[in-house]
Design a protein around this ligand. Sequence first.
Ligand code: ADP
Ligand code: MG
Length: 239
Amino acid sequence: MKSILTCQGITKSYGSGDIIENVLKQVDLEFFEGQASVLIGPSGSGKTTLLSILGCLLAPSEGQLLIADQSVNFFDKSSLTEVRRQKLGFIFQHAQLLPFLTIEENLAIVGRNAGMNDADIKQRLDNLLQRLELQAMRYKHPNQLSGGQRQRVAIARALLHRPSIVLADEPTAALDWLTGKTVVELLLEQARLEKAVLVVVTHDTRMLPLFDRILSIADGLLSEQQQTAIADNTFYTQT
Ligand SMILES: Nc1ncnc2c1ncn2[C@@H]1O[C@H](COP(=O)(O)OP(=O)(O)O)[C@@H](O)[C@H]1O
Ligand SMILES: [Mg+2]
């Protein structure tokens, strides 16, 4: 299996002087091609912090982040932007589409930022809009779509430039259970098709059986849980 993303001894502290909060303590993790992980933990346990570090949006206090075996620790700001534009796709709680652009234009920007040519962007757009059943939305604006449709556009946007890593922070928190489940199933199916590493933060324990790996943070420590232990819900509590 090809290693895509590695954390070595990742620590993150906020604050200074006497008021230091150690949010992540020595997190070691390796993600392989096509692997889908879910990240759980109580509110304030550091899920968004870890996802932000994995996405090169936030620098760790200590430790190394490797993308495709290359350390990004000493990359400057513009190199990190380039890594994000080429290799990463993000999905947030709200789709955060640009309101004044059509769905097609919202998607095309990602391709242009990644340096794809127009023909490639068009082909990719056609393909993703079809896969996510969004053809009818192509020339609409975000405010003409439902929450679930907007999250489907967010999936297309996260995948458009063929990133090797897709990170989603509570992508279904604003949706009802059934719509949310459909969105996560689509995200999993599409990320697997693309062989991307997928990491999804969720509060919804009903989603856990859908994933290959279950990662849990508490008190700054990361642990991995087995699907079978989760199934009978014996040791897992959630806020
Ligand atoms: N920019 C920041 N400055 C200071 N403290 C922060 C910052 N971001 C997050 N924190 C703190 O770090 C802890 C973890 O936050 P976060 O990663 O957002 O948790 P989660 O996503 O699991 O709810 C919280 O106690 C939060 O208050
Ligand atoms: Mg969070």
